[in-house]
Design a binder for this molecule. Structure first.
Ligand SMILES: Nc1ncnc2c1ncn2[C@@H]1O[C@H](COP(=O)(O)OP(=O)(O)OP(=O)(O)O)[C@@H](O)[C@H]1O
Length: 241
C-alpha cells in the first residue's frame, strides 16, 4: 500500500437541502483497494461516490485526492450517446485529446476487451442492458483510469449479465493501470455475494454515518458487526424487513 492515500476525507459532510446525506466522515482509501459501500436505501452510498468523483462538493470538511489521477465513474444505468458503440468509446478518447484515427483503433481494442467487437457498429442504445453496461466499462477502461467508481453497476441486470460485468470488473482489478499502479475500486452494491467476490474492504453506512469499516472477512462475521451496528448485522443476515 502506498503511503499517500488516493482519497482522504477529513470530517467531510454533505447536506442536500433539508437532508444530512453524509455526516462528518473520516476516511482514507489507498491504491489497489477494492472498497464496497454497503447500506440500506438512502444511507448515503451514492452521495459518497459523488463526493469522491468531485460531482458533489462537501458542505463542510475536506476531500483530498492524489492530483493528476485519472478516474472514471459508472452509474446503474449507463449514459450512452445516440451513436454507435464504437463511437461512444472513440469520442471519449477524442475528447481526451487522441487523434480520431487512433481513437477508433483504441476504441475497438476496448470493445474486444469486453467482448463487444461484434457490436461495434450497432447503435449503443439498442444494446441489451448487460451489453450497455459492458460498453460503459469499455469506455471507462479505454481511458485507463487509476480509480474506478461504480454505483450499483449490476443492479438492473439479469443474473447472467451480472456475472459477466462482475467478471470484467474482477479482471480489471487484476491488471495494472497505465501508470503502473494497481487500480483502485470503490463500488456501491446491494448484492452481498458480489461484495464478497469483489471487495477487500467494506464500508457500512447507516443514515449517512459510517458505522463499520472492516476487511471483507470481518464484515461478514455477524458477531463482529453486531458490536458496531445491530441493524448492520441484521442487514447482512438478510433479516432486515
Ligand atoms: N438531490 C437531493 N436532494 C435532497 N436529498 C437528496 C438528494 N439526493 C439524495 N438525497 C437524500 O440523501 C440521502 C442519501 O442518498 P443516497 O442516494 O446517497 O443514498 P444511497 O445509499 O445511494 O441509496 P440507494 O441505495 O437507494 O441508491 C437520502 O436520504 C436521499 O433521500
Amino acid at each position: 500500500m502506498s503511503a499517500t492515500p488516493v482519497f482522504e476525507l477529513q470530517a467531510a459532510a454533505v447536506r442536500l437541502g433539508a437532508v444530512q446525506a453524509l455526516h462528518a466522515l473520516d476516511l482514507r482509501i489507498h491504491a489497489g483497494e477494492a472498497v464496497a459501500l454497503v447500506g440500506a436505501n438512502g444511507s448515503g452510498k451514492s452521495t459518497l461516490l459523488r463526493l469522491l468523483h468531485g460531482l458533489q462538493p462537501p458542505s463542510s470538511g475536506r476531500v483530498s485526492s492524489v492530483p493528476l489521477r485519472a478516474q472514471a465513474m459508472l452509474f446503474q444505468r449507463p449514459y450512452l450517446l445516440r451513436t454507435s458503440a464504437l463511437r461512444n468509446v472513440a469520442l471519449a478518447l477524442w475528447l481526451r485529446g487522441a487523434r480520431w484515427t487512433d481513437a477508433k483503433v483504441q476504441a475497438m481494442r476496448a470493445l474486444q476487451r469486453v467482448g463487444l467487437e461484434g457490436q461495434a457498429s450497432r447503435a449503443a442504445r439498442t444494446l441489451s442492458g448487460g451489453q450497455q453496461q459492458r460498453l460503459a466499462l469499455a469506455r471507462a477502461w479505454a481511458l485507463q483510469p487509476q480509480v474506478l467508481l461504480l454505483d450499483e453497476p449490476t443492479a438492473s441486470l439479469d443474473p447472467h449479465a451480472k456475472r459477466e460485468v462482475e467478471a470484467l470488473i474482477a479482471q480489471f482489478m487484476q491488471g495494472r493501470t497505465a501508470a503502473g499502479a494497481p487500480l483502485t475500486l470503490v463500488f456501491a452494491s446491494h448484492n452481498l455475494g458480489q461484495v464478497k467476490r469483489l471487495a477487500s474492504r467494506v464500508l457500512y453506512l447507516e443514515r449517512g454515518r459510517l458505522l463499520a469499516d472492516l476487511p471483507v472477512r470481518e464484515f461478514f462475521d455477524h458477531e463482529r458487526l453486531q458490536v458496531v451496528s445491530p441493524e448492520g448485522a441484521l442487514f447482512v443476515k438478510g433479516e432486515l424487513i
